[in-house]
Write a protein that binds this ligand. Structure first.
Ligand code: 5GP
Ligand code: ZN
Length: 114
């Protein structure tokens, strides 16, 4: 989508600190980190929210989780631990309407689920 921030990052129109990339996925450091490690993982194709994923026909959620495992290894938090979060729609706290997975770690996370 032309005016989507994360699509602009995929196209290279907005710079990012890339952590991991493959043909379907891009992972980059969050611009406003909530923890020492805070990575955003996105599908390169635009999908607005978690509710727009067709899990019967699309394996993107599996790809996102596989990327989260890779990010945890790259950031050296796989053993110490981390949190994976997907915010969906307004009351879920979603601000950017391009599906993304947050990977948070690098410190002991408290009860921050809202
Ligand atoms: P949401 O609240 O939609 O789940 O999370 C969106 C996340 O994207 C936020 O944590 C925010 O800091 C991050 N973000 C928004 N714009 C940019 C950007 O231009 N670059 C990067 N790296 N992160 C962004
Ligand atoms: Zn997008």
């Amino acid at each position: 989508m032309s005016d989507c921030i994360f699509c602009k990052i995929v196209r290279g129109e907005i710079p990012c600190s890339k952590v991991y990339e493959d043909d379907k996925i891009l992972a980059f450091d969050d611009i406003n980190p909530m923890a020492p490690v805070h990575v955003v993982i996105i599908p390169k194709n635009h999908i607005s929210t978690l509710m727009d994923v067709d899990t019967e026909k699309d394996d993107i959620m599996n790809n996102l989780i596989a990327a989260a495992q890779k990010v945890a290894q790259i950031k050296n938090i796989a053993v110490s631990g981390f949190r994976v979060a997907i915010n969906c729609n307004a009351e879920g706290g979603q601000v950017v309407f391009h599906l993304h997975v947050h990977v948070l770690g690098g410190r002991k996370l408290q009860d921050e689920l809202g």
